[in-house]
Design a binder for this molecule. Structure first.
Ligand SMILES: [Zn+2]
Length: 276
């Protein structure tokens, strides 16, 4: 879910559909919109010499797409052994039940309501399927249940909607909280600085090869928006709708409902910190 589809000064993306790193292949879902950019990225991740693959975010409930994901894996000689979810928004998770039925896999997610099978996902978990190593990184903020997956062998991180290939993400108030999101961005920055991650494999939009630049851009963008919202309130724009019209005047109106969720999250944050 995007808040702004494209912004000046943003790192430019690379690969959209197909192989992105040695271990990750994107199959783009046919659900393009202002909110989902080119559509949802469904990631197939596997060790190069393994016949087992993990799928992250099967995407919307679209049989053609789900079967296409399976066909792409099979064409590479792989069987899908596990399904993971970055979070519960329908454009990522709605097809998970049907996909699990088609592949005979379990579904692991942070939110117990999204799981199929008895295994969840939590901070510090390491998924090891067919020799693959995916480290679970809690990244709340877009939603409370948002996770990212660190793929150390490719110096990459799969971010779901936490960092997008283009534009910026919504802090989906009231479930998403700005304080959590800022902590998450700092956590991701530390992955780039301390753990050598340089590639972002996002849930929408193209792959980003400058992960640190992308995270720094997001942090700067959030600080800029927060300052704008604070000023707008001080100038007498007291309702969230008035703040959106004032602060998001540069953003396409079709994205204003999403922007309003981010504004509500920002107003909460400013109140909690005694700034308004
Ligand atoms: Zn989302």
């Amino acid at each position: 879910m995007t808040e702004a589809a494209a912004l000046p000064g943003q790192p430019r993306g690379g690969v959209l559909s197909g192989p992105a790193t040695a271990r990750a292949v994107n199959v783009l879902a046919p659900n393009a919109s202002a909110m989902t950019l080119d559509g949802t990225n469904t990631w197939i991740v596997a060790e190069p010499d393994s016949d087992l693959a993990v799928v992250i975010d099967p995407g919307p409930l679209d049989d053609g797409h789900l079967k296409n994901v399976i066909a792409v894996a099979e064409k590479a000689g792989r069987r899908i052994a596990l399904t993971l979810l970055t979070h519960g928004h329908p454009d990522h998770a709605e097809g998970a039940g049907r996909f699990a039925e088609l592949t005979g896999t379990k579904v692991r997610a942070l939110d117990p309501a999204l799981r199929l099978g008895d295994e969840g996902l939590a901070a510090g978990d390491v998924v090891t399927t067919g020799g693959l190593e995916l480290r679970v990184v809690p990244t709340p903020g877009h939603t409370a249940d948002s996770l990212s997956f660190h793929l150390p062998a490719d110096q990459a991180v799969l971010t779901g909607d936490t960092v997008l290939g283009r534009g910026t993400t919504v802090v989906a108030h009231p479930d998403g909280r700005l304080g959590d999101y800022l902590d998450t961005l700092r956590r991701l920055r530390s992955l780039t600085v301390d753990d050598g991650v340089h590639t972002v494999l996002p849930g929408h939009g193209p792959v980003l090869e400058d992960a640190q630049g992308a995270v720094e851009f997001y942090l700067a963008h959030r600080a800029h928006r927060l300052a704008q919202v604070e000023t707008a309130v001080e100038d007498g724009h007291t309702t969230s709708a008035a703040v959106v019209a004032h602060v998001y005047a540069d953003v396409d109106r079709s994205l204003w409902p999403a922007a309003e969720l981010s504004v509500l999250a920002q107003l909460d944050y400013l109140r909690e910190h005694g700034l308004i």
